[in-house]
Design a protein around this ligand. Structure first.
Ligand SMILES: *Cc1c(COP(=O)(O)O)cnc(C)c1O
Length: 338
């Protein structure tokens, strides 16, 4: 089974999102191992294409890519400064007064950033907390101040304008670089761009970046093919019975590889070229059964993710989002970078 990752497409997606926000610096979010695609390859490729600002969720993710990037790459850690963390060479995004005071006590003179909560109520300082430390925090020279939008994938959602107004109220006149937009916010237009945009999923070919180039192709090997008579069952729970005589191929990946079990019985397909072959029966841990009756010859590999069935299509079928499909892709695939 093979996961093909098109680095040129990631770079093209980054350039396209950067072009949406020409007055801002376009960072790259490479948390969760670059959304499952391999931060050790993706981050240096983005650096070579000119990206200098990177975001990870956790200190260990930052530690993993720090040696792979030249010193002028800025690696921002969204979880901020947790007690005991080794933040050498990293920039923590400080989310609370507690993190701010810890960081300034332990890392005086070292770079830091600030996250404010503009309404999502997930991470960042509340307006009153910020007001209380604002003078001291600005005097310490934050690299930038950021916040995050909860509903940027819904352009008409009233929370977007409300969060924008809240962010402006807290930061106008600060004289510090500001960042509000991830992929969705970048597409909301110039009001949301400020100085740094932080696209993640759009780089990797996911919604809400409708014009994204596909990045991932996932093809699975056919281990075995068999004829099944009308009325016979296939797979765990005997949830599927052949409606007629048919030919079933068993391929070599399953839910342990991030092919969600909730895809079972929902109309997902594997593709042989342009030919769609339905998944039948339940997705097992390591195996999937596919109705290949319509194929004249069964190829060595069938494609699950590709142009015919992009990550967001698969996500819709499974009842989730492209982000979860990407970050669930397991570690058992042979990865090829194009
Ligand atoms: C994950 C994340 C991003 C990137 O979001 P996408 O929707 O993937 O573009 C940006 N900023 C923060 C704070 C995040 O948590």
């Amino acid at each position: 089974m093979g996961l093909q990752i098109d680095i040129a497409a990631i770079l093209a997606n980054h350039a396209a999102l950067a072009a949406q926000a020409p007055t801002a610096r376009a960072a790259a979010v490479v948390k969760a191992d670059a959304y499952g695609l391999g931060a050790a390859t993706v981050a240096p490729a983005l650096y070579r294409a000119g990206v200098r600002d990177f975001f990870v969720a956790l200190v260990q993710e930052g530690r993993a890519i720090r040696p792979l990037l030249p010193p002028d790459a800025r690696i921002n850690v969204l979880s901020g400064h947790m007690a005991g963390a080794d933040l050498t060479g990293l920039t923590p995004v400080l989310n609370s007064p507690e993190q701010f005071f810890r960081d300034r006590a332990m890392r005086p003179g070292q770079p830091f950033a600030i996250q404010l909560d503009s309404g999502m109520n997930r991470l960042g300082m509340e307006a009153a907390e910020w007001a209380a430390i604002r003078t001291e925090a600005l005097a310490a020279g934050p690299a930038f101040i950021m916040s995050h939008l909860a509903c940027a994938d819904e352009p008409d959602h009233p929370a977007n304008a409300a969060q924008l107004a809240a962010f402006r109220a807290m930061t106008d006149g600060c004289g510090v670089l500001r960042s509000l937009a991830a992929t969705g916010g970048t597409l909301l237009g110039p009001d949301y761009h400020f100085d740094i945009v932080r696209p993640g999923v759009g780089l990797y070919g996911g919604q809400p970046f409708a014009d994204a180039r596909g990045v991932v192709t996932l093809s699975l090997r056919v281990i075995q093919t068999r004829d099944v008579r009308a009325g016979e069952m296939v797979g765990y729970g005997a949830s599927w019975h052949a409606p007629r005589d048919c030919r079933i191929a068993t391929v070599d990946a399953g839910y342990a590889d991030g092919i969600l079990r909730s895809l079972s019985g929902k109309g997902a397909h594997l593709f042989a070229g342009d030919m769609a072959c339905p998944i039948v029966g339940r997705v097992s841990m390591d195996l999937i059964t596919v109705d290949v009756t319509a194929l004249a010859t069964v190829p060595d590999r069938l494609t699950l993710i590709g142009p015919h069935q992009p990550i967001d299509r698969l996500a819709d079928i499974a009842g989730t989002i492209g982000y979860e499909v990407l970050t669930s892709l397991g570690l058992r695939y042979d990865r090829t970078y194009l």
